[in-house]
Design a protein around this ligand. Structure first.
Ligand SMILES: Nc1ccn([C@@H]2O[C@H](COP(=O)(O)OP(=O)(O)OP(=O)(O)O)[C@@H](O)[C@H]2O)c(=O)n1
Ligand SMILES: C[C@](O)(CO)[C@H](O)COP(=O)(O)O
Length: 247
């Protein structure tokens, strides 16, 4: 039997930096919620068998309503106080799945993920246990401590991570088992958890897309409205242009 692929749409946050008065994934851009757009991208993708939505506990009913039209959504569950706690909640839902299953964790706050990006992650999981999506840094990136520059890594080695981040389920399970036992657990993404707790697992980086932005602050909503208008006019497939191949 072919290996299953499960997409987890992480919508457990409250959107404090956007300050919309409700979780940002429930904000509409181009007449559709950010959450519905993110779920739709995976529900429509031929490689995805199942979609799990993790929602902020106080808004489960709205998430269930947003997910209702999508036939591959198998569960809408409550997340935790942190992104890693929300990933852990999804892993509990997937307890009955085999270790070789592919799992893709995606920020609900990224409504314009394209099919080509998802393809690249799924394909890379044939040869790797962990896969990240990156776009090249266009600014100079520096490490700052106490207001002073302490290092300036060469920009050509810098990449900005997007999602989805893909894993073989057994690998991300092992990493989270170690992470959840660590009282000092701090991570901003799932690759960070694998990198810290399973440092011997190589993380493959494939090319992302500048359109796959994370709606975080008010300016991002302005950009998202433009992308929604452009994508809806041209058909969502148009949102798949690759910016630069990192492979
Ligand atoms: N406890 C949390 C926190 C975040 N997320 C999800 O992880 C993604 C990236 O997080 P972020 O952009 O930080 O979203 P928020 O936490 O909602 O934003 P903020 O930090 O501004 O409150 C989002 O889709 C968010 O819903 C989650 O599932 N559970
Ligand atoms: C996972 C992520 O989108 C990769 O860039 C990012 O780390 C999420 O960070 P946030 O602070 O939860 O928005």
């Amino acid at each position: 039997m072919a290996t299953r692929t499960v997409a987890v749409v992480l919508a457990g946050g409250i959107g404090a930096r956007l300050g919309a008065g409700r979780p940002k994934q429930l904000v509409e851009v181009g007449g559709r919620t950010i959450l519905a757009r993110a779920v739709a991208a995976f529900d429509a993708h031929p490689a995805v068998d199942e979609v799990v939505v993790v929602m902020a506990a106080a808004h489960l009913r709205e998430a269930a309503a947003a997910a209702a039209p999508f036939r591959r959504v198998s569960a809408v569950v409550a997340g935790g106080d942190t992104r890693t706690a929300s990933t852990a909640a999804a892993l509990r839902v997937l307890e009955g799945h085999a270790d070789e299953v592919r799992v893709l964790f995606h920020d609900a706050a990224r409504p314009f993920v394209g099919a080509a990006v998802i393809d690249r992650v799924v394909d890379a999981l044939d040869g790797h246990e962990a896969v990240a999506v990156g776009v090249p840094a266009s600014d100079t990136i520096v490490v700052v401590e106490d207001g002073l520059v302490v290092s300036m890594p060469p920009r050509e080695t810098m990449s900005r991570f997007q999602t989805p981040q893909g894993f073989r389920l057994g690998t991300v399970r092992r990493a989270y088992a170690l992470a959840l036992a660590d009282p000092d657990l701090r991570a901003t993404d799932d690759c960070g958890v694998v990198h810290r707790y399973l440092p011997d697992v190589p993380i493959r980086v494939v090319a992302g897309d500048e359109r796959n932005l994370k709606v975080t602050r008010p300016l991002d909503v302005v950009v998202a409205e433009h992308l929604a208008a452009a994508g809806d006019a041209a058909g969502d497939a148009a949102a798949d242009t690759v910016t630069e191949d990192l492979t």
